[in-house]
Design a protein around this ligand. Structure first.
Ligand code: KIV
Length: 274
């Protein structure tokens, strides 16, 4: 039984129905054990292309491939029975045309079992979002700071201040009108996120967008304290698992070196006693 009270896995329509109600809880996952850990606590689990930076040590999400997303998506799907699984479309897999987006989104869903895809972009992706949703592919949009566009944005900066405020409002309206079932707002000032949340009929899921969004998402390795290369301002570390893991590894190394591990209880006798 899940903590959210349903017995079947959530679908995009369930997330859509949460608009304006209890906050939608989302985390990323990239592996089966983490998917199992977060499943009953989350409404939506995202197989984010952040996997490239978090698990593969890439400098950005630009090097993430369809094959990486499929492999991690398959692993996550094995650990979920409650939360909706959304999978990121990697850079270069959807921007060229709606047909290219459909080809890759349908492959991601067919080969992983994801219930929806996420893609980055606002008004300029509206045609693609409409094309996909009309053909059976639920889409979560992602606007504000879109990490796949880091090179044109000039860094991982807060979006929607000054002149770009009106553009972000337009983006939110465009993706909602195109049929997205939800929209991620990343690194957007709180007041603007609140305005967008009040304006669109689909749930907003914030990451660095304040508490007024319809839901929140974090990268699971960030909030567990497992990824410590850097910490964005919007991340709260709810655990320090990286430190704990390193201490455990140091204990193991010390015990191997002083031969206190393995002890008798971890070893096998030559003869089994009758
Ligand atoms: O890739 C990812 O993990 C994401 C979330 C941070 C929203 O897009």
């Amino acid at each position: 039984m899940s903590v959210t009270g349903t017995t079947r896995q959530k679908m995009p329509a369930d997330i859509l129905a949460m608009k304006g109600g209890a906050p939608i809880v989302c985390l990323t996952a990239y592996t089966t054990p983490i998917a199992k850990l977060v499943d009953s606590h989350c409404d939506l689990v995202l197989v984010g292309d952040s996997v490239g930076m978090v698990l593969h040590g890439l400098p950005s999400t630009l090097g993430v491939t369809m094959e990486m997303m499929i492999l991690h998506g398959q692993a996550v799907a094995r650990g979920l029975s409650n939360a909706l699984m959304v999978i990121d479309m990697p850079f270069g897999s959807y921007e060229e045309s709606p047909a290219q987006a459909f080809r890759n989104a349908s492959r991601l869903m067919a080969e992983t079992g994801a219930g929806a895809v996420k893609l980055e972009g606002g008004a300029h992706m509206a045609e693609t979002i409409a094309f996909l949703t009309a053909r059976g592919i639920p889409v979560q949009a992602h606007i504000g700071l879109t990490p796949q566009s880091v090179n044109t944005l000039g860094g991982y900066k807060v979006q929607g201040r000054g002149d770009s405020r009106a553009r972000l409002v337009k983006d939110a309206k465009a993706v909602a009108d195109a049929g997205a079932f939800s929209v991620v707002l990343e690194k957007v000032p709180q007041g603007l996120a609140d305005e967008i949340t009040a304006m669109v009929a689909i749930p907003t899921v914030g990451i660095g967008a304040g508490a007024g969004c319809d839901g929140q998402v974090l990268v699971v390795d960030d909030m567990l304290g497992l990824f410590t290369d850097f910490k964005p301002k919007f991340v709260k570390r709810f655990g320090q698992l990286g430190q704990e893991a390193e201490a455990a590894v140091a204990d193991y190394a010390a015990e191997v070196r002083d031969r206190s591990f393995p002890a008798a209880e971890h070893s096998f006798a030559d003869e089994v006693k009758k």
